[in-house]
Design a binder for this molecule. Structure first.
Ligand SMILES: Nc1nc2c(ncn2[C@@H]2O[C@H](COP(=O)(O)OP(=O)(O)OP(=O)(O)O)[C@@H](O)[C@H]2O)c(=O)[nH]1
Length: 218
């Protein structure tokens, strides 16, 4: 069984860990140690099939908002979280979505934009339409959720992304399989060309060895 890999990105304190832990355990845990990237491993059931998943909860130390090349190589899908009470974190999320969109990848990188802390809607500074606009422009899914209060919307959002990420992962492995088999064909062809020349040289050498000295000097 192959593993579906999701990377969670976003500015500091937006609730990346809270949202992810809510999805995995149905519980809200208020505080997390967040000075390093963490991988959560789990197994989910979707449409009668089980899948292993890995969710990379990143800590936001990058100033340029761009996901690293290694994240893009590693992940089959991305979740970008912002705090709907903080315009700065929304701008950060927007720039991250833009960078992902610009990155060269042979696959569509499924992306889910999450506006978190919906329970604090009375303090919101990011309108729901702003989230929708980014989602429309870059073709990603979009949800507003509250990790503190509810599991269901987070579950719906994550399950949708995991389904899309599974498709990406299948494309990725079929491209890799095709590349590997075309490499093998090239190496077989090269082998047959050089192998043949080797044989011809071998034949010439054997012929020379059997010829008398005068024939060689002719
Ligand atoms: N009111 C409210 N607070 C939340 C919610 N989600 C997270 N928090 C709080 O926001 C703070 C940051 O949550 P984290 O999950 O640690 O955020 P993070 O993005 O993983 O943080 P870093 O790893 O430091 O970047 C904590 O104090 C959480 O309790 C939410 O839905 N509502």
């Amino acid at each position: 069984m192959s593993t579906i890999r999701i990377a969670v990105l976003g500015d500091k304190n937006v609730g990346k860990s809270a949202v992810t832990v809510r999805f995995l355990t149905k519980r809200f845990i208020g505080e997390y140690n967040s000075d390093q990237d963490l991988i959560y491993r789990s197994r989910i059931r979707q449409e009668d099939t089980q899948s292993d998943i890995e969710i990379l909860d990143t800590c936001s130390r990058r100033e340029d908002h761009s996901p690293s090349e290694s994240h893009v190589q590693w992940a089959d899908g991305f979740i970008i979280v912002y705090d709907l009470c903080s315009k700065d974190t929304f701008e950060y999320a927007k720039r991250t979505v833009e960078s992902l969109h610009r990155m060269k990848s042979p696959f569509i990188l499924p992306t889910l934009l999450i506006g978190n802390k919906l329970d604090l809607t009375h303090r919101r500074t990011v309108d729901v339409t702003e989230g929708h606009e980014v989602a429309l422009e870059y073709g990603c899914q979009f949800y507003e959720v509250s990790a503190a209060e509810t599991f269901k919307p987070i579950n719906v959002a994550y399950q949708g992304l995991l389904r899309d990420a599974k498709v990406t992962q299948q494309q990725r492995s079929s491209i890799l399989r095709r590349r590997r088999s075309s490499l093998m064909t090239v190496s077989k062809k090269l082998g047959s060309i050089f192998g043949k020349k080797e044989n011809e040289n071998e034949k010439k050498r054997t012929l020379c060895d059997t010829l008398p000295d005068f024939a060689l000097s002719f």
